[in-house]
Design a protein around this ligand. Structure first.
Ligand code: NAD
Ligand code: WQD
Length: 341
């Protein structure tokens, strides 16, 4: 850690997207300070990040709702900006535990923003989500489309966006990029870091890799009667490394601009469940047995991004295709059948 280089404070840096972003921040020459309570991750992920990057990650282990812990983190290095990943993210769980989701995701963000104010830090990159759009009225989704989240998780993301927008309106020196991720999948090509769901995966791709490695018997495809080209759900899958690189460009953008801007981070292309299964089998030569079952409640038929604003503002676009996402995700799963544990 070179204490003279400006540093980035990364909350939730041990998580799936955060760990991949730490790798790219270190590669880009930033120093990083990671605050994580490991509620949905492992310190092993940070050790792997250091192994890939060949550089140290300064750790301040704990909860972003702990005021003194945050002040310690901001004092650990000359922080020039924050990337805020720390959140609970399971849609179904958020329906059962809304208070925990608002406390963690909104309460945590408020604590973090107070700490930013105490430290005089005014550049902020926020992990938002395409779930803020709810049911798309038109596709592809552009950032100016209506925001109507369907679940408490998506609502916490929207509330945080509204808070950040209001903060920028009250302080013209603030700069916030709210990155609306679509469906990140895959893993770093080294196979050393990747997605490590705690229980039965809620999301499609980690379920596929667990079927492929024999941990799950078969994939349940949630509905084949959707109004899509093959009847199964269509999503905008984006390689997690492309997503991580998007954060580096967003930091540079925040350094030369002020105000609040929401930005879609997606590929602009939709892939159906069965198309992803086929791509995975072709990329890995591993069969993925599946059965068609009923629709999952709260699901939508189709969702994919218009990624034009990211290209215009950040000069960023996703470059890795679905096959590469599958191959890289499988390499991680094969090398880590039980994740980081
Ligand atoms: P993740 O659960 O792997 O990572 C989140 C990290 O934050 C974990 O390491 C967890 O321990 C930490 N954390 C949570 N609450 C904390 C708290 N109060 N204090 C300190 N640390 C805390 O999730 P992810 O997939 O890496 O997602 C990162 C961000 O991106 C989240 O904000 C999520 O909502 C958002 N997002 C994710 C997806 C996706 O599909 N993965 C899609 C859209 C948006
Ligand atoms: C993708 C498609 C399912 C699992 C969620 C969150 C979103 C974001 C990304 C945080 C859908 C189908 C899935 C399975 C299946 N996370 N599917 N069998 O629902 O688009 O988005 O993760 O921000 O907020 O909502 O992703 O991977 O759960 O589902 O058929 O076992 O795969 O119906 O069509 P989703 P997903």
């Amino acid at each position: 850690m070179n204490s003279r280089l400006p540093a980035i404070l990364v909350t939730g840096g041990a998580g799936y997207v955060g760990s991949h972003t730490l790798v790219e921040l270190l590669a880009a020459g930033y120093d990083v300070v990671c605050v994580d309570n490991f509620s949905n991750s492992s310190p092993e992920a940070l050790r792997r990040v250091e192994r890939i990057a060949g550089r140290a990650v300064r750790r301040v282990d704990g909860d972003i709702r702990d005021r003194s812990l945050l002040d310690l983190a901001f004092a650990a290095a000359p922080i020039e900006a924050v990337i805020h990943f720390a959140a609970l993210k399971a849609v179904g769980e958020s329906v059962l535990r809304p208070l925990d989701y608002y406390d963690n995701n909104v309460g945590g963000t408020i604590c973090l923003l107070h700490a930013c104010r105490r430290a005089g830090v005014k550049r902020f990159v926020f992990s938002s989500s395409a779930t803020v759009y709810g049911i798309p009225q038109k596709l592809p989704l552009t950032e100016d489309m209506p925001l109507a989240p369907l679940n408490p998780y998506g609502a916490t993301k929207l509330v945080n966006e509204l808070l950040l927008r209001d903060l920028c309106a009250s302080d013209p020196a603030m700069s916030v990029a709210s990155l609306r991720y679509f469906n990140p999948i895959g893993a770093h090509p080294s196979g050393l870091i990747g997605e490590d769901p705690r229980d039965i995966p809620n999301n499609l791709f980690p379920f596929i890799t667990q079927v492929a490695i024999g941990k799950r018997e078969r994939l349940s495809v949630f509905g084949s009667d959707w109004p899509t080209r093959d009847g199964t759900g269509v999503r905008d899958y984006i390689h997690v490394v492309d997503l991580a690189l998007g954060h580096v460009t967003a930091l540079r953008y925040c350094a030369r601009s002020t105000g609040f801007v929401p930005i879609n981070l997606g590929t602009g292309r939709g892939t159906s469940v069965l198309e992803l299964v086929k791509a995975f089998e072709e990329a890995t030569a591993r069969p993925v047995p599946y059965q068609i079952v009923g629709r999952r409640s709260g699901d939508i038929a189709e969702c994919y991004a218009d990624a034009g604003l990211a290209l215009r503002l950040l000069q960023w676009r996703a470059t890795r295709d679905v096959k590469e996402m599958c191959a890289d995700g499988w390499r991680w799963q094969q090398g880590n059948p039980s994740g980081y544990s």
